[in-house]
Ligand binder design. Structure first.
Ligand SMILES: [Zn+2]
Length: 405
């Protein structure tokens, strides 16, 4: 792997205008172990946003066969280019991910993420076809049609965001269609989803679900997925180097410690990225997985560095809300966090949904005590009737910050 890394650094310094600058003074042959990676500067989303994609190209333009783009929800969209081999490598990784989730050539896989510039639709499709599965390329939205095809096509695998998975699951259950569907697996990604939501989708649809990882800058979805053990996400270390760093100091953290995930692409031809800061928060899991896979693991993603709430000086990850509601009986999977200022004081109100007949006052108290113990600050909880909070067909928006600055 070290030789591959050295070759990557040489190639980037030689051919990529951006890295010619950024890697000035770095001698690839002096990078002798993985721990020497720390001497190499990071590449950030801003670096990509502030420059044209041509400044990141490592191949002549005639070798590029496709581009994709980020959605640009958190800024200017970023264009990523692919060679033929990049697309093939991504397809291999996606096929490997689907296989780890138990998908075979006998499956019928319904694809609900978007096509076009977005990587998810075509990424799932290529991987599923490589496995020999039957693809139903629905694209996003139109729930009526999604359900109709799910029934007539006897779909066995559904892919999409966890938000849409929940949306479909609740819809199918509300209409009493559970007996008419043939789903056995759900593969969800592109957002943070906790254990409670996972169990709810699984119970309503009668499926096993898998958390798939990826981002447009690093090929797309399918660079990792959790296995049937469901204790973390395996990633494809023959293509990618993962590190975890302290997002403030940039220091590399040891396995087990939580921080920002940083990825280096070993084989990407068109736009290799070196120490790309993903803004995703997680940790490297040091122990081998009991499933027997030789591929290393990271934890499930706990949040994004942009989503960390600083409340009364305490940093709170979105996954903490998931964790707290998953520990209290009588609370459903969805939540919404409202931050506001009242008489000069910052306050936090967490709206959740009730599930069964427990005394709401008792449930609220339990949630508040548990949150205080875990976060070290106080939040108020409000229980709403089931189904009150908004459901999302794309990614959920859960944090509403109206605090005065
Ligand atoms: Zn495993």
């Amino acid at each position: 792997m070290i030789e591959e890394l050295q070759r990557l650094l040489e190639r980037a310094k030689e051919r990529v205008p951006f890295y010619k600058e950024r890697l000035k003074g770095i001698e690839p042959s002096k990078i002798k172990t993985l721990s020497d990676l720390k001497y190499i500067p990071f590449t950030t989303k801003e670096d990509l946003r502030e420059r044209s994609f041509e400044e990141f190209l490592a191949v002549p333009e005639e070798e590029i066969i496709r581009i994709h783009s980020t959605s640009g929800t958190t800024g200017k969209p970023v264009i990523m280019a692919y060679t033929k081999k990049d697309v093939e490598d991504w397809t291999k990784m996606m096929a490997r991910s689907l296989a780890l989730a138990g998908v075979t050539s006998k499956d019928r896989i319904q694809i609900t993420p978007g096509y076009g510039l977005w990587t998810a639709g075509i990424g799932f499709q290529s991987g599923a076809e490589a496995l020999g599965a039957l693809v139903i390329p629905m694209g996003p939205g139109n729930t009526e049609r999604q359900i109709e095809f799910m029934i007539t096509m006897k779909t066995t695998v559904i892919t999409g965001t966890a938000s849409y998975g929940l949306f479909l699951a609740e819809e199918i259950s509300r209409r009493g269609l559970r007996e008419k569907i043939f789903l056995r697996r759900g593969i969800f990604g592109a957002e943070i989803w906790g254990e409670k939501r996972r169990r709810k989708i699984e119970e309503l649809l009668g499926i096993e679900s898998f958390d798939i990882y990826g981002m447009t800058e690093i090929y797309g979805p399918g660079i990792g997925i959790d296995c049937h053990v469901h204790e973390g996400i395996h990633y494809w270390s023959d293509y990618l180097i993962f590190e975890v760093i302290d997002p403030t100091s940039g220091e590399v953290l040891p396995p087990g410690e939580e921080g920002e995930i940083v990825i280096t692409t070993l084989k990407k031809e068109a736009m290799p990225l070196i120490r790309f800061r993903t803004r995703d928060i997680g940790s490297l899991l040091p122990e081998p997985c009991s499933c027997g896979s030789p591929f290393p693991r990271i934890s499930r993603i706990k949040g994004r560095t942009d989503d960390v709430i600083t409340f009364k000086g305490v940093k709170i990850l979105p996954s903490l809300f998931e964790e707290v509601i998953s520990m209290v009986e009588g609370v459903d999977s969805e939540y919404e966090v409202h931050l506001y200022t009242e008489s000069g004081m910052d306050r936090m109100l967490v709206k959740v949904e009730m599930k069964d007949g427990r005394d709401p006052k008792l449930v609220e108290m339990e949630l508040e005590e548990l949150f205080k113990r875990k976060a070290g600050v106080k939040a108020n909880f409000e229980l709403l009737p089931s189904g009150t909070l908004p459901r999302y067909e794309k990614k959920a928006k859960r944090i509403i910050d109206n605090r005065e600055q």
